[in-house]
Design a binder for this molecule. Sequence first.
Ligand code: GLY
Length: 315
Amino acid sequence: MTGPVVIGSERSEAGLPAAMAVLAAGGSALDAVEAGLRRCEDNLADHYVGTGGLPNAQGVVELDASLMIGSSRAFGAVGAVKGFPNPISIARAVLEKLPQHNLLVGSGAELFAEENGFARSELLTEESKALFRSALQPSAESVEGERTAAQAGDERYRESALELVNRFAPHDGPWGTINILALDSAGELVVGVSTSGYPWKYPGRVGDSAVPGAGNYADLRWGGAACTGRGELSMRTLGARAIVADLARGLDPFEACLAMLAEAATLPDEFRAELRCLALTPDGRHGAAAGQDGSVYVVMTQSSTEPEFHPRKVL
Ligand code: GLY
């Protein structure tokens, strides 16, 4: 054990200093991960988590988030939650106050959030609304023949929405879910994940971020792991669990992450298949992998003055 450490995916740098401040003060990994991810969820410049996240195909922001504790393998998650800016805190409330369950979705998760005093807010910002509208511009040649303007408009909308869903087009620049993994000075390891999921997803779609073993897994005996990118692939491979199983077999965090990506690459899948993952062991070793050159993950230890960017290994 090397002392507290926190690692995260691309864009977690908005939250890692808050997470490390909790750990440096002797706080718990659970508090650290929640604090870090809340900062990311509140970051309006980030269009893939929390407020400002890109909406589903109906123009509504739906959020997924989860937390897993390494020592107990307790898991709390919410999926497809609308109208609450900090799903990671609702996931924590599920974990702590509803131990008979792991995952609440949709209206049930919203009822639970209301009952537990979480405040509602509008999550679609003017900027994300503009991105949504511009992305749904129909192509000029998509309609022919005699139809009413309303029918033609409906058709164009459906065609362009379907085309968008099919290619899951992310915007230029860093994008995707945020993972934060923390190891505290008491030796506890916690993994947290938060996301607005794929932009223009089918309403009600829940991704790997809310599913134990898929986007998030922690087992204090071996380590924790989390995924970003096309959640359907990590759901079909149980990616985070597979990484932890490989840590248990003695692979180092980089090797375990690469093995998971190699397995996911064997899946037939016609959509944009970008998947990334990262892992942290109970003795503070970490690693990450991606399918693209130039991908990074972010690390802070007690001696860090700012988030440090480390290269991911490329499959
Ligand atoms: N990995 C995030 C998602 O698929 O929603």
